[in-house]
Design a binder for this molecule. Structure first.
Ligand SMILES: [Fe+2]
Length: 469
């Protein structure tokens, strides 16, 4: 009897040891970075900061920015603001510096927001441009002429190398300035995929729209020279019925034009473009996406149009992430995920970039599309047809870092870190793209997280082991 009790106790002890070992060694997810940073308060740069300086000269054009102006990159939309009087909406341009070969006529608009009246906001689309060509352009005819330049993308094709930057939730703090400078130090980046939340003007009393103007002047040094592809975030909504402002997205819609009609969209908040070897679909977290809504019907018709033999890289931008293991904006992207994720898996989207959460996270290729209410299959599972989900809402805005994470790290999360930064998606050819995330504390050659993407159409093998985090 005594020996039996002793052996039972021994068995219990062994079982306990096994449980402890299993728990201690449990590997739930990927890497939660141990990077140690100084967490100072993020504050907006004061209005008299040099980065907000108004350009000198009579009625000088300011807040100059460009974006793709059509479906395939042979048009560029130039936008700018004049403050004293409308002035000319004409853009002079050509392929030789200081020599005007062409001109295009634009239009201007303005808006009121409570006690604020905007400047004259000009938009002008330059069309029928040659591919892969440097163009000089000038604005401000009759007043102060300012000249800039841009380079058009190569003709759309399956093996065209192209380098995108990824920035989100930038705002206009000292950290935002570090992020933008860090991005600018990359000599290869050719265009920015911007995942929403621009100025954070709405964090100021009565949505002080002067902060839309300062943001426009702040980012001009990049976006006047290379296109930023816009996705709208919640800080673009500017819905403020308490001060009589009932028209959502009013400042954003007036200031930032996108070529949505070219992709058959009925709204600037969801659209697509082709650029080099990439097909970019922009979705709107803050527009209806339920069944039969315009966005749902558009995406349903859009995905079958993507020809991976022409544009191998299928990229989706959407502000609110569908996979997020931070304790911020928990489940906000869930209903949209439920509606659209099966399509993204079916059409083998390569990567989904989001913002909203002010931190960085990269997922493994996972999907969660098997659940049918009764089968209990509601956990993300590895899926080589699924995109990688990347949260890049770490531009540095005034709301600060999201540094509180769910524990343990979920199995779908490959790498997460609460630092400000930006990323680079560097397409090499139809099969390979190198992706790197750069935190602001590092030099520009340092990648805090990186991965080789294998294209889901041309090279759909497991690429999870290529991560260098
Ligand atoms: Fe957001």
């Amino acid at each position: 009897m005594g020996r039996r009790w002793a052996s039972r106790r021994l068995g219990l002890a062994l079982a306990l040891v096994v449980v402890v070992v299993v728990l201690a060694g449990r590997c739930d997810g990927g890497v939660t970075s141990s990077f140690v940073r100084k967490t100072g308060k993020t504050v907006d740069m004061p209005l008299d900061s040099d980065v907000f300086r108004v350009p000198s000269g009579d009625n000088a054009p300011q807040q100059v920015h460009i974006t793709q102006g059509d479906r395939d990159g042979t048009a560029v939309t130039v936008s700018w603001v004049t403050c004293d009087e409308p002035g000319s909406s004409t853009v002079l341009y050509g392929t030789t510096k200081n020599k005007i070969e062409f001109f295009a006529e634009g239009k201007y608009t303005r808006y009121k927001f409570y006690n604020y009246t905007s400047g004259y906001i000009h938009h002008c689309t330059l069309r029928n441009l040659k591919h892969d060509t440097k163009y000089y352009y000038a604005l401000g005819i009759g007043h102060t002429l300012r000249q800039f330049w841009f380079r058009t993308p190569p003709k759309v094709g399956p093996d065209v190398p192209y380098t995108f930057g990824l920035i989100g939730d930038l705002g206009q703090t000292f950290d935002s300035n570090r992020t933008l400078s860090h991005y600018e130090s990359n000599p290869k980046a050719q265009a920015v995929l911007y995942v929403g939340d621009l100025s954070y003007a709405d964090n100021h009393p009565i949505h002080d729209n002067v902060r839309w103007d300062t943001w426009g002047r702040f980012v001009e040094r990049s976006v006047a020279y290379q296109p930023w592809i816009w996705a709208a975030g919640n800080h673009e909504i500017d819905f403020a019925p308490e001060i009589g402002e009932n028209e959502p997205f009013k400042p954003y819609r007036h200031r930032y034009h996108v070529p949505y009609k070219a992709s058959g969209s009925t709204s600037p908040f969801w659209y697509s473009i082709k650029r080099a070897s990439a097909y970019i679909i922009v979705l709107s977290s803050y527009s209806a996406y339920g069944k039969y809504t315009p966005q749902y019907k558009w995406l349903e018709q859009e995905l079958p149009k993507v020809n991976r033999r022409e544009t191998p890289w299928l990229i989706v931008l959407v502000h609110s992430p569908w996979y997020n293991s931070y304790n911020y904006h928990y489940m906000e992207g869930e209903t949209m995920r439920v509606m659209f994720e099966p399509w993204l898996v079916q059409y083998k989207v390569d990567v989904v970039f989001s913002g909203h959460v002010h931190a960085y996270e990269r997922s493994y290729r996972i999907s969660n599309v098997a659940y049918n209410i009764v089968n209990r299959k509601c956990t993300p599972v590895p899926d080589q047809s699924a995109p990688v989900y990347i949260t890049i809402g770490d531009g540095g805005n005034v709301e600060g870092l999201a540094n509180n994470m769910t524990e343990p790290q979920p199995s779908y999360s490959a790498y997460r870190e609460a630092s400000f930064g930006h990323a680079i998606f560097d397409i090499k050819n139809r099969t390979h793209a190198h992706y790197a995330w750069h935190r602001n504390q590092d030099g520009n050659a340092v990648a805090a997280d990186s991965m080789w993407f294998y294209n889901r159409y041309w090279h759909p093998i497991d690429d999870s082991a290529t991560s260098a985090a």
